[in-house]
Ligand binder design. Structure first.
Ligand SMILES: [Fe+2]
Length: 184
């Protein structure tokens, strides 16, 4: 996970500081150990089975009833349309919980108070964006993400758009395409 204070373009290098900021804006973050034996073509059932222990813990904790796997490649049909749905500021009537298995994702979180936080997620990263939180999402240069999603009720995950236009003020900058720039 790489956290950037988007308005000042300050990328944090201290994980403790990143966690403290996430905590202060109600975003939960956790790392799960990856199962390296799972191939890129593994079925959803096998993936959910491999992470059953972590998923079950989170289901109990957050009242989630359903888990699935989203799998996006640069060649995924309708990718641009799909991405456009989520790259504008919105909120949901339920939590957005994502555990990244492959690829990258870039969340911008717009807290009720305090600056916009940009959060780049890598394999092994889990994030919970509580319901009602303003946010938007982009893919990185690899246009690739495979992630486990948890739902309380999948129908509650329809985006509500704020139409604030704030998302257009931020470039979706990821570090994934130039790892040598990663903070130490
Ligand atoms: Fe969302």
């Amino acid at each position: 996970m790489i956290l950037t204070l988007a308005e000042s373009n300050r990328t944090l290098t201290d994980p403790a500081e990143s966690l403290a900021i996430l905590n202060s804006i109600g975003i939960e973050y956790e790392e799960w150990p990856l199962h390296p034996s799972l191939s890129t073509t593994e079925t959803t059932a096998r993936i959910l089975e491999a992470y059953a222990r972590e998923i079950d813990q989170w289901k109990i904790r957050g009242g989630y009833t359903t888990a699935d796997v989203i799998d996006v490649y640069p060649e995924t049909p309708g990718l641009a349309t799909m991405l456009a749905r989520f790259s504008r500021e919105h909120w949901h009537d339920e939590d957005e919980v994502r555990f990244v298995l492959e690829g990258h994702g870039l969340f911008h979180i717009h807290p009720a108070s305090g600056p916009v936080v940009s959060l780049e997620l890598f394999p092994g990263d889990l994030i919970r964006v509580p319901k009602g939180t303003l946010h938007w999402f982009d893919l990185c240069a690899d246009r690739r993400i495979r992630a486990i999603r948890l739902f309380q009720d999948p129908s509650g995950w329809t985006p509500h758009y704020s139409e604030s236009g704030i998302d257009s003020k931020f470039q979706p900058l990821c570090f994934d395409s130039h790892h040598h720039d990663l903070p130490a």
